[in-house]
Design a protein around this ligand. Structure first.
Ligand code: CP
Length: 319
């Protein structure tokens, strides 16, 4: 008897190989072109979407995308469920895995979603943890493909808190896509050395590169894609340091854009704070593709859910 294939999850960017990432992006483009063509959640099957942290885009895009795939989005309020406090993550996983065909979770430490995946018996998708935001970077790569025609060989620069989930996910996802990824932030706000090394290992096989560049001007120079994110990530609001003061040289403003390659595009995962990490002129300017990026969350997430739900990727309740 053949053993069931293991359940596939999307917990961090490198849960996809470079070839798989490209396949998922192709699928996202196809689903964007024909949004109602594919109904892998027909039934409707339920997808549980749990939020332990605030959201707008992630909730809206998953709910809309799941409906477009023929499914039933079940939003679970993490403040009511109190996962890991009211009951164990493993028990929540076992319960939700009996109600839903797939689980999407925005939570805190990566270890929490790893534990959910270990016990759910259905695919689990990371909708942001403290360490990674892989659905956002899939949407960003789709946006780069649309506006630049490809990803491989392009230089992508992230300015800001490079120790946060977005910095890490850009390093890993960009390396998978064969890009030259530069992340830049103040001293003490560099990426996890292990994740930078992982990105460099991936890049060695895809023709890309991955680096922490301390000087924001050097990081922006010649970049095809310029990106920033809020200087105060979720959970860091009560910090004592004045981040606005520390991060000012890393602002994505007209000077940074002028250093970029001709025709460089500007991304921001949102929510944005005009006048802080990005100026209004840049966010609302001609090189900004931020609203396409926000829309592409839906198409990219539909693609990764469809990919994980393929019969070859699924062994329901195989714990
Ligand atoms: N970019 C993003 O994840 O947005 P939300 O926090 O609003 O979901």
């Amino acid at each position: 008897m053949t053993s069931p294939s293991p359940v596939r999850h999307f917990l961090r960017d490198d849960d996809l190989t470079p070839a798989e990432q490209s396949e998922v992006l192709d699928l996202a483009a196809a689903l964007k072109a024909d949004p109602y063509a594919s109904k892998p959640l027909a039934g409707p099957q339920t997808v549980a979407i749990i939020f332990d942290k605030p959201t707008l885009r992630t909730q809206a895009s998953f709910v809309a995308g799941i409906a477009e795939l023929g499914g039933n989005p079940m939003v679970v309020d993490g403040t009511l469920a109190q996962i890991g406090t009211r009951e164990s993550i493993a028990d929540v996983a076992r319960v939700l895995g009996r109600q839903a065909s797939l689980i999407v979770w925005r939570t805190y430490d990566q270890s929490r979603i790893d534990e959910m995946a270990a016990h759910a018996g259905v695919p689990v998708v990371n909708a942001l943890t403290d360490q990674f935001h892989p659905c956002q970077t899939l949407a960003d790569l789709l946006t780069i493909r649309e506006h630049k025609g490809a990803t491989a060989g392009l230089t992508m620069t992230f300015l800001g808190d490079s120790a946060c989930n977005m910095g890490h996910s850009y390093l890993i996802s960009g390396a998978l896509a064969g890009m030259h990824v530069r992340v830049s932030g103040p001293e003490g706000f560099g990426p996890d050395p292990a994740l930078l090394a992982r990105a460099q290992e991936i890049a060695a096989g895809t023709g890309g590169s991955a680096a922490f560049v301390a000087d924001p001007k050097a990081a922006a120079e010649g970049a095809d894609v310029l990106i920033t994110d809020t200087w105060v990530s979720m959970g860091k609001e009560s910090e004592a340091i004045d981040r606005a003061e520390v991060f000012r040289p890393w602002q994505l403003n007209e000077h940074a854009v002028a250093l970029g390659a001709p025709g460089a595009i500007v991304l921001h995962c949102l929510p944005a704070y005009r006048g802080k990490e990005i100026t209004a002129e840049v966010l609302d300017g001609p090189q900004s593709v931020i609203w396409d990026e926000a829309e592409n969350r839906r198409h990219a997430q539909k693609a990764i859910m469809s990919y994980l739900l393929r019969p070859s990727s699924l062994s329901r309740r195989g714990e």
